[in-house]
Design a protein around this ligand. Structure first.
Ligand code: PXP
Length: 255
């Protein structure tokens, strides 16, 4: 029997909440989104509880977890190192936590974690708090691809690194040379080989830019959000308009 496996897909549904927060009328419903993604076969759902609560709200974490639990698949909760959020994450007990850097003024997570002396110590403390608060939690670190960062991630006993693919994705979209990114991913993968740190990727990826990464056959897991949510508009915008027009046609009058 073949042991070949496809990489796992985690779908980030933050931007369903972004749309909901524009009006705050309860739709689009986050549980409905989570269920669609699970029904479609995604291996996990990823959400980011940001300090500024610009999309995912505290209550969403439990709501989404209800759905992932129903399907017996992991919830991957992204958080920064803010103490209140760490405490809340412990209460929520997701199966995976992805630690990310967070700046209030950024549009999205702009780079990997700082693993310099101070950053390293802070992460070590947060990781130990999470591990003692959540039985069996797996922790991934959202990082840039570099030798130093891979070595520090091993030292921190991370369960995985999630390589920030943002700059690769932008270079791909702008038709720039992507070989330096691919080379760096290969090197990072080699450095982690033989350790217990798994190799994940995410940020800015589309159906097209993910292909050169899939071809590398190095990343076990991809977390993709913005493009999936954007593209799903076009897979049903026409259909939803037609449905509404059908119900309009039941109410003809002279004007
Ligand atoms: N992985 C991490 C750690 C992220 O912070 C994000 C963005 O929230 C993603 C994956 C998904 O990125 P995108 O929405 O650009 O696909």
């Amino acid at each position: 029997m073949s042991s070949l496996k496809s990489p796992r897909l985690g779908v980030n549904i933050d931007h369903v909440a972004t749309l909901r927060q524009q009006r705050d009328e309860g739709y689009p419903n986050i549980q409905r989104a989570a269920k669609s993604v699970m029904e479609a076969g995604a291996e996990q759902i990823t959400i980011h509880l940001r300090e500024d609560r610009r999309h995912i709200q505290d209550l969403d974490v439990g709501l989404v977890k209800e759905i992932t639990d129903e399907y017996n698949r992991p919830l991957n909760l992204e958080i920064g190192s803010n103490l209140d959020i760490v405490k809340y994450a412990i209460e929520m007990k997701p199966q995976w936590i992805c630690l990310v850097p967070e700046k209030r003024e950024e549009k999205t997570t702009e780079g990997g974690l700082d693993l310099g002396v101070k950053g390293f110590e802070k992460l070590r403390n947060v990781m130990s708090e999470l591990r003692s608060g959540i039985d069996g939690v797996k922790i991934s670190l959202f990082v840039e691809s570099s030798e130093e960062v891979m070595n520090k991630s091993i030292e921190l006993n991370a369960d995985a690194v999630e390589i920030h693919t943002g700059s690769f994705a932008i270079d791909y979209l702008r038709n720039k040379d992507i070989s330096k990114h691919l080379e760096s991913y290969k090197k990072s993968y080699e450095l982690l080989k033989g350790s217990d740190v798994h190799f994940h990727a995410g940020h800015g990826l589309t159906d097209k830019s993910v292909i050169p990464l899939l071809e590398l056959k190095l990343f076990e897991e991809y977390n993709i959000g913005h493009w999936i949510i954007s593209e799903s508009i076009f897979s049903s915008l026409g259909g939803v308009t037609q449905e509404l027009l059908r119900s309009f046609s039941d109410y003809k009058f002279e004007y």
